[in-house]
Write a protein that binds this ligand. Structure first.
Ligand code: GLU
Length: 428
């Protein structure tokens, strides 16, 4: 997060305002939807391993639940802010609506850096977060999930705390649980695979065989790694990835023109997606500055790290060869950079669509948890592909018919659905 003046919530609101005008929304709907319905600020005291007590600040924001229980992940990040969580909660509402699943939007966060916390300390943060919020959350009103630097283990600790407090099992309280403990097969892969399902459809529209394409990716966490796995399976070649270097507190890009080797890189990567530079050099990777991922002469760019990464400052560095940008992260592109991408006619697959695979699979996880009957992985991924493909097709058809930028087209569908639900309920 290089730019201190960047405010994700202002960005989310300005995106909303633009689309509200296209849709001709009434003042009441605008006023309701450009803010969050509810937000919670909490303090989590934790007895650290050294015996001291540290108090962690956390948030939960519920943006809208007109279409169903609020849904969204919880992030652990040292730079977390309430405005980022507000933006992410709003984006979750639109994301669930664009893939047409019966859920609203929420997001949570804790200001902490799991790199510097023991497993026990992280467990206490998870349990403390649930203790503070349990009375305002639950399977029928707000359901968390993993996000940046949180995993299925964190979800299980949270579920356990919730069930202990309530005195009964409640597998629908949280998604992204481990398989065998109420989790769904395919959930770990879902966000990254979903990104590639949408890229595959975009390539079809552009008449480009995937096997002829190359990609450069920002990030090497869960989303990026599974995106690479599926992209390789459809014969695409990733030539550059970037990641955060925890020791040096900066990022680096890793380049290999004949294609990165996913398995070999995973073996030299920590659990947060940090790649060991010396070992990578030994494997023949060129180590470049963090921003180099965006300058590569590739067909596809996939920002799959954090918000505010494709900006006014670096959008001009995007190569003329780039035909598609698929947003694996939430909010990676600022409105100024959007203008550059739109003017250059690059096919954008916006975050709410490109990375909706995670929450779509979370919805499948809830359905399976409620039935207590779990599907085979192929069935999960097949259903995921159907949902992602039909959402992509609807947005790209609208973009073509109404000559809209893809982000606006996806937003028109999503915001239109949520506004309709609010009207149907008599809220506005
Ligand atoms: N954190 C993921 C997202 O941003 C998944 C959310 C969920 O499964 O609820 O879409």
């Amino acid at each position: 997060m290089e730019d201190k003046s960047f405010n994700a919530f202002e960005m989310a609101q300005s995106q909303f305002d633009g689309v509200a005008d296209i849709l001709g929304l009434d003042e009441g709907s605008k006023e309701l939807l450009r803010y969050n319905l509810r937000e919670y600020h909490i303090s989590i005291p934790v007895r650290m391993d050294d015996g001291s007590v540290k108090v962690f600040r956390g948030f939960r924001v519920q943006h809208n639940d007109a279409r169903g229980p609020a849904k969204g992940g919880i992030r652990f990040h040292p730079m977390e802010t309430i405005d980022t969580v507000r933006a992410l909660a709003m984006w979750m509402t639109w994301k669930c609506a664009v893939v047409d699943i019966p859920l609203g939007g929420a997001k949570g966060g804790v200001i902490c850096d799991p790199h510097n916390l023991s497993s026990r300390e992280q467990e206490l943060i998870c349990r403390g977060w649930v203790r503070q919020l349990a009375r305002d959350m639950g399977p029928l009103n707000d359901i968390p999930a993993p996000d940046v630097m949180t995993s299925s283990q964190h979800m299980l600790w949270m579920l356990d705390e919730f069930e202990m407090l309530n005195g009964e099992k409640a597998p629908g309280f949280i998604t992204g649980k481990p398989v065998g403990m109420g989790g769904s097969l395919g959930r770990t892969e879902a966000t990254g695979y979903g990104v590639i399902f949408t890229i595959r459809e975009a390539l079809k529209e552009l008449n480009i065989p995937p096997g002829d394409t190359t990609a450069s990716i920002q990030g090497f966490g869960n989303v990026a790694q599974y995106a690479i796995e599926l992209y390789n399976q459809i014969w695409g070649k990733v030539v550059c990835v970037s990641c955060w270097d925890q020791q040096e507190q900066t990022s680096y890009s890793f380049k290999k023109m004949d294609g990165i080797d996913l398995k070999a890189l995973q073996e030299i990567t920590d659990r947060f997606g940090g790649i060991d530079k010396d070992k990578a050099r030994g494997l023949g990777y060129e180590i470049l500055p963090g921003d180099a991922w965006i300058e590569q002469e590739v067909d596809i760019l996939i920002p799959a790290a954090l918000e505010n990464q494709v900006t006014r400052k670096n959008a001009g560095k995007i190569s003329d060869k780039v035909k598609i940008i698929a947003e694996g992260a939430n909010g990676p592109t600022t409105p100024e950079a959007d203008k550059v991408i739109e003017e250059r006619g690059i096919f954008l697959i916006p975050d709410l669509l490109a990375n909706a695979g995670g929450v779509t699979c979370s919805y499948f996880e809830q359905v399976q948890s409620n039935m207590n009957y779990f599907w085979e992985k192929d069935e999960v991924l097949g259903k995921l592909d159907l949902k992602m493909t039909s959402a992509f097709t609807a947005a790209s058809k609208l973009a073509k018919d109404k000559k809209l930028y893809m982000r606006d087209a996806a937003y028109v569908i999503a915001i239109g659905r949520v506004a309709q639900a609010c009207r149907d309920r008599g809220w506005v």
